[in-house]
Design a protein around this ligand. Sequence first.
Ligand SMILES: Nc1ncnc2c1ncn2[C@@H]1O[C@H](COP(=O)(O)OP(=O)(O)OP(=O)(O)O)[C@@H](O)[C@H]1O
Length: 374
Amino acid sequence: MASFRISGLTKSYGSNVIVDDLDLEIEEGEFLVLLGPSGCGKTTTLRCLAGLETPERGRIEFKGDPVFDSSARVNVPAHKRRIGMVFQSYALWPNMTVRKNIAYPLKVRRMKEALAAGRVEEAAAMVHCEHLLDRYPSQLSGGQQQRIAVARGLAARPDLVLFDEPLSNLDARLRDQVRTEIHRLHESLGFGAVFVTHDQSEAFALGDKLAIMREGRIEQLGTPQDVFQRPATDYVAGFIGMANRLELRRTGAGWQTKGGVDVLVARDVPDAPALVARLWPDDVSLHRDSESVPTGAVAIKAELLAAEFGGRQYHVTVGANGEEFRLQADSATHGSWLRTATEGCPVLISFRAEALHVYSEGGERALASPGSAG
Ligand SMILES: Nc1ncnc2c1ncn2[C@@H]1O[C@H](COP(=O)(O)OP(=O)(O)OP(=O)(O)O)[C@@H](O)[C@H]1O
């Protein structure tokens, strides 16, 4: 049985429905990531779980007990919900030492002082910050402040820890470090978590399960592997970085893009006049001439639009009759000519037809993914 269950959750601001009849379950010890673009309702969902917002409708259950139920008029206040929260802005109390900040949730729960002191030391040690206990937040770096915020979120050993984009104010190196620490803490402590982000690499790295949100609803719920291998809709495919999108129309013998480029769709797809296809950038290869195009691959004549150096790879954009394709080209193979190549120079791109993810015309239904039958 799920430990935490949200059903029919609805929250509006004025006439804008922000969370729209949302259902979601979180298993004991599960790390669930809510992933979606800015404004899709992730934070509002989290705040409803925390008891910081009051939904109009729905029910939220923690371990079988309702903490919110609009029809039964149940609304357990935030401090009684046994949750920990870690915010993007750290939200440490500036006038309290680190020790007092970490102790705060224990105080709210009226834990005995001696026991609380032990918990504070333990939580600080978990994030390697024991030496900072007597400092004030202004005397800490951003990374240290966020570690303390994580320690505060975990100190009371809550049933559920809610993370609201906790890494987005950190620079890239620190973001990776704190992400790894959160992952390690979850593995060792096994708390349930809901983690909000718009960054798919964070979501893939941390989530046991991902819920991809769109306009207050869940578009796909699955493991990171499921979502990566079989994005359920065109929207999910685009959101997780499958940047190449082709609108295809059926021609007599096959399929063509809007710009008239012929594309081979390798699988049987239902008898439809139009499709949307998606392709990962690293499934597209770049060629200067046709000799290096692998046998059986779909090859398209294109022109170079941009090539940006990215270390081992160049991030390349090419155009083909009004369609744009993004791809990664190996610097060792292509760097010497890409460095000086001019915009508009002719190139070839190729991909295996089997690499296409195929969706219905409106993009709302997956028809075929690589590795799936059909
Ligand atoms: N207190 C409020 N009053 C009115 N509108 C609000 C309020 N809080 C949020 N909104 C609106 O609700 C929508 C969803 O906000 P929410 O913060 O849940 O989105 P999000 O997916 O977490 O986005 P972000 O990643 O930008 O935080 C936004 O359009 C936002 O402007």
